[in-house]
Design a protein around this ligand. Sequence first.
Ligand code: AMP
Length: 282
Amino acid sequence: MLVETSPSATRREVRTARQQGLSIGCVPTMGALHAGHVSLIDAARQQCDFVVATIFVNPTQFGPGEDFLKYPRTLDADLEMCRVAGANLVFTPPVTAMYADSAQTIVRVTKLAQVLEGAHRPGHFDGVSTVVTKLFNTTEPDRAYFGQKDYQQQLIIRQMAADLDQPVEIVTCPIIREPDGLAMSSRNRYLSPHDRQLASRIFQALKLAEQLAAESPLPPTEIAWAMTNHLNSVDGIAVQYAVIADPVTLEPLADRSDSAVALIAAKIGATRLIDNQILRFR
Ligand code: AMP
């Protein structure tokens, strides 16, 4: 497995692979890897000949007061996981290799990036869409792999790739969960044992929504209220949003429709977690 820190060396390696007729898959991550990330590398390995994982804690997607400085950095363990998972190249640049002091360009998706996460984390998606564009420019992938865990993010990346004619197929992979349902996340390691127990209520609230959509006549607004209620019924959880939305536009759904997505963001103690679940109405 190759490990590169420079964009130009990475591009050179990827182009060499392409000249050999290999297809390229890219898996962008911020490191602190877990089984969710590994599932993306697995999917890329199944569909592509040469898999590039990127590990970069991207400062521009963290707001003031967020956890950029204390975001977990576990590079040695990450490289070992990438090697075991079968990545061919890991691109792990320093911040200075990604952002010149003189940089003036951002990539901004408009409508989709203004709601939900975008409303609670101003500027977050500008950072995401800009860094993902740069990673695409460096790794020139045929396919890029994102988790449904970050539902809004994968929609935004799809929109961006289509709008900017980026020649890459976006693949969304299922959410990998802990045995009690908690979605795996690099941020789960911040949770105290007590908060870790509380955190499973997020998954319970999503399962409740799934059940109410499938088995009751309740409208989406009342299902969303039931999720909020489930989360608020114990101390230590602060709900930021718990909504039922259109799975493509993310606009809140007033009426039952063919498909929907339930999305939750909540703070458990000081740790902010997100999760989601596709719903089918009966
Ligand atoms: P991150 O390192 O948190 O930026 O995540 C990198 C990629 O892994 C993103 O596309 C995430 O959506 C995806 N990911 C994170 N957690 C999970 C999970 N539990 N299951 C599947 N994919 C995930």
